[in-house]
Design a protein around this ligand. Structure first.
Ligand code: ATP
Ligand code: RIB
Length: 304
């Protein structure tokens, strides 16, 4: 069976829940803290694996307790973590996530993630694989890996999050680019909001296609997603959700998209499934622990 290979970040998420976020200089008491496995790479790998698709992760952790716990979590979720290397010196990545009023603010201390290199890939990509990358590890390393994957005939998915400047040569290695409205604004130089017209969103996506990405998906929170391919533009609405925590919704989308592509779906078909999966994920606390199973998603798919 085809599989998903995720190259990217692993963080320990320190999730602090409070009624509201403190203002600058203010101290708020009464919050709750939870330590949850995270990092965009780990979240996307767990999302794909929970949907029943063989998944491997390649990344870097420090020689510390958080690194051990993250690798254990991947194993518990049936992700092949043999490609997660321990680097000497820097600590495992940490993200401090403040959750209040259904929204979040995140600060990441990247640590070992910035020591990720292309040499950490120890197997040659296969044509039946889907390779996934994001922007929480050094971008030139991800570009080299995606180039190798495409050259081998694998398909590639790039999540341009968190946004960073990047070359056209990177986008030329990408079958499907995924980004939210903030990242789409930054990438296109256009002012994009989740309520922007479909025509405006499509025009912004086209700027990425013009630079080399074959298909572009804009995720738009409660509105769902817009998919732009060479066949045109399609809006995919999200069903209403009882939002607990949206952290990792974008990662769930990317992992589910890659999982469906590994099963042979087109980017548009895969995005329809990913919208439903990501909507399930916002109804639970945390990023990776909130990833749905295939059964969870099946129960929410629109009737044909
Ligand atoms: P995050 O950074 O919080 O992980 P994101 O900004 O990258 O998320 P979004 O565009 O907010 O990603 O959400 C990704 C997908 O999650 C959406 O396309 C949609 O399917 C689902 N989703 C997010 N928020 C909601 C919501 N309030 N109601 C229903 N579905 C949602
Ligand atoms: O996308 C959510 C993720 O972003 C969190 O798990 C956090 O680790 C940051 O990388």
């Amino acid at each position: 069976m085809s599989r998903v290979v995720v190259c990217g970040s692993l963080n320990m998420d320190i999730v602090v829940q409070s009624e509201r976020r403190p203002s600058s200089g203010e101290t708020l008491l009464g919050a709750e803290v939870t330590f949850l496995p995270g990092g965009k790479g780990l979240n996307q790998a767990v999302a794909a694996a929970r949907l029943g698709v063989p998944t491997a992760m390649i990344g870097a952790v420090g020689n510390d307790a958080f690194g051990n716990r993250l690798r254990g979590f991947l194993a518990d979720n049936d992700v092949d973590s043999s490609g997660v290397r321990e680097v000497e010196g820097p600590a495992t990545g940490v993200a401090v996530i403040q959750v209040a009023e259904g929204d979040n603010a995140i600060t990441v201390a990247s640590g070992a993630n910035m020591h990720f290199t292309r040499d950490m890939v120890r197997h040659a990509p296969r044509p039946d694989e889907v390779w996934v990358a994001q922007f929480e590890v050094p971008i030139p390393e991800s570009e080299a890996i995606l180039e190798q994957a495409r050259a081998a005939g694998a398909r590639t998915v790039l999540n341009l999050a968190p946004y960073a400047t990047h070359s056209d040569s990177l986008l030329q290695q990408v079958d499907v680019a995924v980004l939210n409205e903030v990242e789409l604004s930054q990438a296109s130089g256009m002012k994009i909001r989740s309520r922007s017209s479909q025509r405006t969103i499509a025009a912004a996506c086209e700027t990425l296609r013009a630079r080399g990405a074959r298909a572009v998906v804009a995720t738009l929170g409660a509105r769902g997603a817009v998919v732009v391919t060479s066949n045109g533009t399609t809006a995919i609405p999200a069903a209403p959700a009882q939002v607990i925590d949206t952290t990792g919704a974008g990662d769930c989308f990317v992992g589910a998209l890659a999982a469906r592509m590994a099963k042979g779906a087109t980017p548009l078909e895969a995005a329809r499934y990913a919208v439903v999966a990501a909507t399930c994920s916002v109804e639970r606390l945390g990023a990776s622990p909130a990833m749905p199973t295939a059964e969870d998603v099946a129960g929410r798919l629109p009737k044909a």
